[in-house]
Design a protein around this ligand. Structure first.
Ligand SMILES: [Mg+2]
Length: 304
């Protein structure tokens, strides 16, 4: 597993206590480990610092003037940015009964005053490690989610994702009365490219054309690899005339591309149509029919 994101910085621990002496003791104990430390002497400051520097762990005093530890904890747990930061309460022995309230407010643990440095360091370490495992799992899941919707060769969205997106985007276009256009593109004589220059070079052409498409469309448009050498592009909030203009730019860029092979010119054909309330699969069929018309009409052209 890739740990690099966690190795560049030591964990940041935010210590919160209204008594300066306590902050000093906590700082001294924690400085025995390779932690970065931030301090706050009241709940308001703790919330501001937590929100801006996103510490990995918060040691939070309960009894403080102003907003107390419970309230501070509750507010941190309500904010999506700070919600997942583990909070350990700092409590005097005679406040122990109140610790239940601390857990109810969202704390993961507590440490009693006067501080026992071994106990403090063990609990701190445990909860930092748990936090890092959770963070790693989250990143891993995000990577897996991305993989599941991506075409591994070109980095564009895969067939399933682009179809699902079209279904969603057409529903949105209908609801918000926005225009939407769909284009199907196909590389001309791609089999010849593979036959003459090998499959490795063929893959290179697919990747390069994918990059040209990605570079030309807007961030709000979605491009996917529909099939072997076929691409589907969803132009959101765009009528077919504007989509056509973008496709023409893509077509010309590809035609002009220097492939480092003498006299090799790669071209694409395409068809573009506009959403008029029809079923999204019908929309794909229409774009496909226009693509074949472009092939019949001599290739290296976009039919509208
Ligand atoms: Mg206090």
């Amino acid at each position: 597993m890739d740990n690099s994101v966690f190795e560049d910085k030591s964990p940041l621990v935010l210590i919160v206590d209204d008594v300066a002496k306590n902050l000093q003791i906590l700082g001294t104990i924690l400085s025995k480990k390779n932690y970065r430390i931030a301090a706050a002497n009241n709940g308001e400051k703790a919330i501001i610092i937590a929100n801006s520097s996103l510490p990995d762990l918060i040691l939070l005093d309960i009894m403080m003037p102003g907003i107390n530890g419970y309230e501070t904890c509750t507010r941190l747990k309500k904010n999506p940015r700070t919600r997942d930061i583990p909070i350990i309460f700092l409590t005097a022995k005679n406040e122990l009964a109140d610790i239940v309230r601390g857990f109810e407010a969202g704390a993961v643990d507590y440490v009693t005053k006067p501080f026992n440095s071994v106990e403090l360091l063990v609990r701190t370490k445990t909860h930092l490690e748990l936090k890092m495992s959770r963070d790693m799992l989250k990143i891993r899941n995000e990577q897996l989610e991305r993989l599941a919707i991506t075409d591994s060769m070109t980095g564009l969205y895969n067939h399933r994702y682009i179809i699902d997106s079209l279904s969603i985007r057409t529903a949105e276009a209908k609801r918000y009365k926005q225009s939407l256009s769909v284009a199907m593109l196909d590389i001309d004589y791609f089999k010849k490219v593979n036959d003459n220059f090998g499959h490795f070079f063929g893959d290179f052409v697919l990747v390069r054309i994918s990059a040209i498409i990605e570079d030309t469309i807007r961030k709000t448009d979605i491009a996917g690899r529909y099939g072997g050498e076929e691409y589907l592009i969803i132009f959101t909030n765009t009528d077919k005339k504007n989509a056509f203009n973008t496709l023409e730019r893509i077509r010309r860029s590809i035609e002009k591309e220097n492939w480092g092979k003498e006299s090799l010119i790669v071209t694409i054909s395409g068809g573009v149509c506009e959403f008029e309330g029809q079923d999204y699969l019908k929309l794909i069929m229409t774009a496909d029919e226009l693509l074949y018309k472009a092939k019949e009409n001599g290739r290296n052209r976009i039919e509208i």
